[in-house]
Design a binder for this molecule. Structure first.
Ligand code: SAT
Ligand code: MN
Length: 579
């Protein structure tokens, strides 16, 4: 073991004063022992035998989602965090939150969790080590990452690791801080046991810290799904897609194609994070650094995402779902009626009022159990990307799909995307907010520099992916969904594939290339022509109403915003004026 690792563990032990220190090896025996202890103390609950190896966890009611207002970038210069992040002075952060950590593990076990992000032997793979006092976090990290010996082996050959210190503390939102020290590649998280706040390999390392590593080393860490599209004849392309939390990344990545009989099939590589580098061949290569899925349960059904249900049928954790008296998980939108005697997400008999499952209830499931997992998932080189999708929840204005004119315009499209907020973060939901590249809560540095980094990457790509914007959420004036979504989204992917091949027709509009109504493969889908036209409609007047919000957002980013993006905005405005 590396001496710097031992030294850091010793320091954390001296600070937090645990009763015991346990080094996790990631073995089945270790997981079984932790599970037994948590069943004993009520941290976990058994589920029905038809869910082998699955357990229910109920979090503290005030600890059910990421807390963006308590998440900080502690760069030395506040300007390096930029106007879209919360900033705290690193010395102040160490002093203030160091006080909270002091002695906080008395009576508890300190777990040392070494983990690897990325497939073993991948040049892009990185080691992290999380210290935590939460056995729920240990079991979750065991699903979400390659945890234990495999990470220590990697550390052996290359001593670098990203340290993350985590304590659930008192689970008090007033004593909760998620801190990132980008210069020290260090994470401190105190006071939450939930998902992205506590599984430090995920958003904290693989996005916030990794985005800084990527900036410094010339690669990208992105909030994206990763999927394979197989075309008739066996041709395969790989697509990465950025969507904000709880906007359907998992169901798109696991899509079951209604056109499988025609040879059109989707396979899954990842549902949340990709790391991408410029290959020697001038293409963009991507991999999923995670080993599991932390998916939103509500809305997941046999119809919307059968592969997720199968993936999470064994060896999985369920957090804040409702449950029948005999231990069958239940949530809103699961596709069957609530069983009698249902217990809500807090374990109380459900009175039928309000949601039974928390809207941000989750399953934590191993990727290797996914029936649609791509054989390329574990490839240490990653996969070459042919298309990048940006998307969000837009009820109006934004068509089903459009293609950017080129990479720079595509960066503009990603930089200006917006979405209605969801229950994945504790804040007001269903309000429209700008969420560039779905990275607003996850970029570890100044957003203006981040856009510049995207533009720089594009200049190094001799075969850049095409960039598209998709929107499954458009509504008519009565608030009805215009597009069926889920499996039928494959029809949009087919158009994208055909654009890559230079075959599909498109109409040029002020915002980009939009499918002509007859260029979408809609066979077998009952869609009236006026509905289709409405889905694809680009109304210059509606778009003219969009641009002041973009301008305001660009002004907020300030003088680090690349001039090229201002030019893109002005060019869009002039196209709209004459449109
Ligand atoms: O809680 S997580 O941040 O891991 C999930 C999400 O919001 O995307
Ligand atoms: Mn996410």
């Amino acid at each position: 073991m590396s001496s710097s690792l031992q030294q850091w563990v010793d320091e954390c032990e001296a600070l937090t004063r645990p009763d015991r220190v346990h080094w996790c090896d990631g073995s089945d025996a270790e997981a079984a022992r932790l599970t037994a202890e948590m069943l004993e103390d009520g941290t976990l609950h058994r589920l029905h035998p038809s869910f082998p190896g699955c357990f229910l966890h109920r979090s503290a009611p005030s600890d059910v989602a990421r807390t963006e207002n308590l998440t900080f970038i502690c760069s030395r210069d506040p300007d390096d965090a930029g106007p879209t992040n919360n900033w705290m002075d690193p010395d102040e952060a160490r002093a203030r939150v160091g006080e909270l950590f002091r002695g906080c593990m008395r009576g508890r076990t300190l777990y040392v969790v070494p983990y690897l992000m990325g497939p073993p032997d991948s040049p892009l793979g990185r080691v992290g080590v999380e210290i935590t006092d939460s056995p729920y976090v240990v079991l979750s990290m065991r699903i979400m990452t390659r945890m234990g010996q495999v990470a220590l082996d990697r550390l052996e050959s290359n001593g670098a690791f990203v340290p993350g210190l985590h304590s659930v503390g008192e689970l008090d939102p007033d004593r909760r801080f998620i801190l990132h020290f980008p210069e020290d590649r260090l994470i401190w998280s105190y006071g939450s046991g939930y998902g992205g706040n506590a599984l430090l390999g995920k958003k904290c390392f693989a996005l916030r810290i990794a985005s800084v590593l990527g900036r410094d080393e010339g690669w990208l860490a992105e909030h994206m799904l990763l999927m394979e599209l197989e075309a008739p004849g066996g041709d395969r392309i790989y697509i990465a897609g950025a969507f904000p939390s709880a906007c359907g990344k998992t169901s798109l990545a696991m899509l079951v194609s209604p056109l499988e009989a025609q040879g059109l099939r989707v396979r899954t590589l990842g549902d949340d994070i990709v790391w991408m580098r410029v290959g020697e061949d001038g293409r963009l290569w991507a991999l999923n650094p995670e080993a599991g899925f932390f998916g939103v349960a509500p809305g997941t059904s046999r119809k919307t995402n059968p592969n997720a249900l199968i993936t999470a049928r064994a060896n999985s954790l369920y957090t804040n779902v409702a449950v029948s008296p005999d231990g069958i998980p239940w949530w809103e939108g699961i596709g069957f009626d609530p069983p009698p005697g249902l217990l809500d997400w807090q374990g109380r008999p459900w009175d039928g009022r309000g949601p039974a499952a928390h809207p941000n209830a989750r399953f934590t499931a191993p990727a290797r159990q996914c029936p649609s997992l791509s054989p390329a998932y574990d490839d240490p080189r990653g996969v070459p990307i042919s298309a990048i999708l940006f998307g969000g929840r837009r009820h109006q204005t934004v068509p089903l799909v459009y293609q950017s004119f080129d990479w720079e315009h595509g960066v503009f499209v990603g930089a200006t995307m917006a979405s209605r907020t969801t229950a994945a973060a504790t804040a007001e939901t269903n309000v429209l907010r700008r969420d560039p590249m779905a990275m607003l809560p996850f970029c570890g540095y100044h957003m203006g520099d981040y856009f510049r980094h995207w533009l720089d990457i594009g200049r190094r790509l001799t075969h850049p992916p095409l960039i598209f914007h998709v929107n499954w959420f458009r509504q008519d004036s009565a608030g009805r969904w215009l597009w069926p979504g889920y499996g039928e989204n494959v029809r949009v992917l087919i158009w994208i594939l055909e654009r890559i091949r230079g075959r599909a027709r498109a109409a040029e509009t002020p915002i980009g290339w939009v499918p002509t109504p007859d260029s979408l493969h809609l066979e077998g889908l009952d869609m009236a022509r006026p509905v289709l036209e409405e889905l694809l409609r680009v109304d210059p007047a509606e778009w003219r109403a969009e641009t002041p919000g973009v301008e305001e957002f660009f002004r907020k980013i300030g003088d680090r915003l690349p001039a090229a993006l201002w030019s893109q905005l002005r060019a869009l405005e002039s196209r709209l004026a004459s449109g």
